[in-house]
Design a protein around this ligand. Structure first.
Ligand code: NAG
Ligand code: NAG
Ligand code: NAG
Ligand code: NAG
Ligand code: NAG
Ligand code: NAG
Ligand code: NAG
Ligand code: NAG
Ligand code: NAG
Ligand code: NAG
Length: 653
């Protein structure tokens, strides 16, 4: 939804009626919109001689086959297990067909848009041209209006519905300008730099000062892990062996960060504290810096330090690749979207491919080159610049409804494509139990609010566990659930529940059915498309998450030179991802192909490779949340990893 021309240039006059134009019966309504927010004020007709940038998103080919293709390479019982696709193959399979391109082009040229005016994006995702207001209205048999967001001043050209020839419909995803409106930006963010407290919508860590002397690892793992989780405690919990093998040069662990930075001094202090891991000072992640991002930072961030201080003791001497994303203008300031520029950088076709009305990046995403010359990246948007690592861990996220549904669906499809390429993607499940940091849904805020991207069925969602007081690393853990003030300032409960967007995928259908059959939650639920129907507070037919869990409470870290205890599902994702990364090194050492791709099918088929967590709940929305139970549950998933068993499972395939 490009906004190119100033309001005054576009607008001609107030128009009294917005009656739809007649359209020929060769045409059909392609898109029709519903109600829009009262923040959008309109009634000004687009001027007939205005220059309007028009973009026609072409339908991706084969997208409906993507799920089955992914299962075909991810189900161990399949003949094609592990036969992953290359980036070029993925681009080719999903690119709109030449037939689509030609059909749309000939419609345009026969409507008077000369071929020379039409630009075709590099990877075939869309066609673009500049049309006058009059040409656009006549092409789509409708009237266009200029709208303005009364709170931010954002502008958008749109119509209530538009038409295209019937034979073109199967080729066109959507047209902009059309019926779409950009995500309503938070007026505070639109006016001012994002504050550090609002940035915490994204990453998911908790922290507090450590009790003096406690993070030195002075206590042994039998007695001290209930107070402080050291690298030894993580190793003891999940039976991770001391590393003696030689890591493969092709298996760096990928970690995503945005707007939060590690510092070398803190990493060095941490390595020195836990010197038995023999990680030399100066050990730092390999940069894969995206769109002007820089690291390390001047000021240490709680997220990055936590991620690296957890991952290095597990994977070292394996390298870690840091996908630090976005220039400081966006990463620390003005962007509301997340992950799209990262995904662009590891899959060039994502830069322009279209899905459900999102074509390339959304208006809530960063724009490059950035016209802010002091803090902006002046280069072009990075597209396919980096190869994704075999394993990627992301400890950032928010609620499903934090971004438009089409934005989320397009991203989730991209995680599917990464799985097809053999990449295993892990996300933290969120720190607000059945709620999200933005609260709960419904008029009374009583409806559970699932997490984005934690609820995408093509990623592995990782929840958090903890060792309760007076237990050891060999005792069962419980779901992480700490009330406000104990020990962190705000309440923290591991994220879990059921999606309002994605249905229950086959790989977890039995596990979810077992939970409902044997441990039916007492809450009323809804099961159709109406939120809160029958007083329900969760979606009985949504994808359940998390898939797995790992410790996420009282973790020893050094941040800004201070000993701290950190927690959150932010810790759990890098722990689990590091374990998978180690196992991939073992596969390579055994002469097997390294990449494992999308892991959920194999994980759900091997529940005995996990410590089943059966104590605790994930409170939120004024309830105790869901309860853990034997088997999979929407609190801790299948449970925490048992390294030797998981290795056996993953070395067999
Ligand atoms: C851990 O500490 C306990 C209590 O001091 C002691 O009995 C045990 O032997 C120690 N274990 C190890 C492995 O050092
Ligand atoms: C890690 O990166 C360093 C620096 O690029 C390189 O010398 C080393 O071989 C890498 N180690 C592995 C295991 O790939
Ligand atoms: C690493 O990857 C490169 C190129 O992708 C390949 O030539 C090399 O054989 C791989 N090395 C190992 C140890 O797998
Ligand atoms: C490593 O860095 C830490 C923190 O700056 C420092 O205390 C320690 O002496 C250094 N160790 C070596 C071997 O230089
Ligand atoms: C550029 O961005 C910085 C913040 O990153 C801001 O302080 C400055 O005002 C911006 N300059 C312009 C011209 O927008
Ligand atoms: C800079 O870009 C923003 C959004 O991309 C736009 O609103 C603004 O008008 C641009 N400023 C200049 C001076 O081009
Ligand atoms: C919220 O209130 C409106 C107006 O009373 C009602 O139409 C809607 O169904 C309510 N939504 C929910 C989820 O209860
Ligand atoms: C843990 O053990 C200590 C010492 O025996 C005791 O004071 C405390 O109440 C115990 N805490 C819990 C939660 O059981
Ligand atoms: C519940 O989940 C399904 C997916 O199975 C979805 O189609 C439906 O819209 C969701 N209901 C609500 C109210 O979000
Ligand atoms: C939810 O709706 C689906 C489709 O209508 C149906 O098959 C299923 O049995 C329903 N589940 C519950 C728990 O009502």
């Amino acid at each position: 939804m490009t906004r190119i021309i100033s309001l005054t240039a576009l607008v001609a006059a107030l128009v009294a009626s917005s009656a739809a134009r007649p359209s020929p019966n060769t045409h059909a309504v392609h898109e029709k919109r519903g109600a829009i927010s009262s923040r959008w004020a309109s009634s000004l007709r687009v001027r007939s001689d205005a220059d309007v940038h028009v973009k026609i998103g072409l339908k991706q080919n084969n997208l409906h086959r993507g799920h089955d293709m992914l299962m075909d390479v991810s189900q161990p019982s399949s003949d094609n297990y592990g036969n992953f696709y290359t980036e070029d193959e993925i681009t080719e399979i999903f690119a709109p067909t030449d037939d689509s391109v030609n059909a749309v082009k000939s419609w345009l040229t026969s409507s008077g848009i000369h071929d020379l005016r039409i630009t075709h994006s590099d990877n075939k995702g869309w066609l673009a041209f500049i049309a006058s207001g009059e040409e656009l209205e006549s092409l789509l048999h409708t009237d266009f209006y200029e709208y303005e967001d009364l709170e931010t001043g954002d502008r958008n050209i749109a119509t209530e519905q538009y038409h295209v020839p019937k034979h073109i419909q199967e080729h066109v995803d959507y047209i902009t300008p059309g019926i779409r409106f950009p995500f309503l930006r938070n007026p505070e963010l639109a006016k001012a730099k994002r504050s550090s407290s609002s940035r915490k919508v994204y990453n998911t860590f908790q922290s507090r000062p450590a009790p003096p002397g406690k993070i030195h690892g002075a206590k042994n793992t039998t007695t001290g892990c209930d107070e402080v989780i050291t690298p030894d405690c993580v190793a003891a919990l999940y039976q991770i062996p001391k590393r003696t093998d030689t890591p493969s040069p092709n298996n760096s662990l990928g970690i995503f960060e945005e707007g939060d930075f590690y510092t070398q001094a803190d990493l060095d202090s941490f390595f020195t504290r836990f010197s038995s891991y023999k990680i030399p000072n100066g050990t730092a992640p390999t940069p894969a810096f995206i769109d002007g991002a820089k690291a390390p930072g001047d000021i240490a961030g709680g997220e990055s330090n936590l991620d690296f201080q957890l991952a290095y003791p597990i994977v070292y001497p394996q390298n870690i690749t840091l996908y630090q994303t976005d220039d400081s203008y966006y990463a620390e300031g003005y962007a509301q979207g997340l992950f799209n520029t990262f995904l662009d950088a590891i899959d060039g076709s994502y830069c322009t491919s279209c899905y459900a009305g999102e074509c390339g990046n959304s208006p809530i995403d960063p724009v490059y080159p950035n016209n802010n010359t002091s803090s902006g990246y002046q280069g072009k948007l990075m597209c396919g610049t980096y190869k994704p690592t075999n394993v990627i861990s992301v400890s950032y996220g928010a609620a499903e409804d934090y971004v438009p549904q089409s934005y989320y669906e397009r991203q989730c499809n991209e995680f599917m494509k990464l799985g097809l390429r053999g990449v295993s993607v892990f996300f933290s499940s969120g720190d607000s139990g059945v709620a999200s940091r933005s609260g709960c849904l419904g008029n009374d805020s009583t409806i559970f609010n699932p997490g984005w991207p934690a609820s995408c069925p093509y990623i592995t969602s990782v929840g958090a566990t903890k060792i309760p007081a007076n237990r050891t690393a060999s005792d069962p853990e419980v779901a992480a659930n700490d009330p406000a003030g104990h020990p962190y300032s705000s309440a923290y409960a591991t994220g879990g529940g059921f999606s309002n967007i994605f249905g229950i995928p086959d790989y977890q259908a039995d596990a979810v059915a077992n939970y409902f059959k044997n441990h039916n939650p007492s809450y009323p639920y809804y099961n159709g498309s109406i939120l809160g129907e029958n007083g329900g507070i969760y979606n009985r037919s949504g994808r359940g998450y998390p898939d797995v869990s790992a410790n996420g409470d009282n973790i020893a870290v050094v941040v800004q030179g201070e000993d701290s205890l950190s927690g959150g599902t932010s810790a759990s994702s890098p722990i689990f991802a590091s374990i998978v990364n180690r196992i991939i090194d073992e596969r390579i050492a055994a002469g097997k192909p390294g990449p494992l791709g999308f892991l959920n099918p194999i994980l759900y088929q091997n529940a005995d490779a996990f410590n089943d967590i059966t104590e605790g709940t994930n409170s939120g929305c004024g309830t105790d949340g869901f309860s853990t139970a034997p088997g999979w549950d929407p609190v801790t998933g299948l449970g925490t990893p048992i390294y030797p068993k998981l290795r056996d499972v993953l070395l067999k395939v």
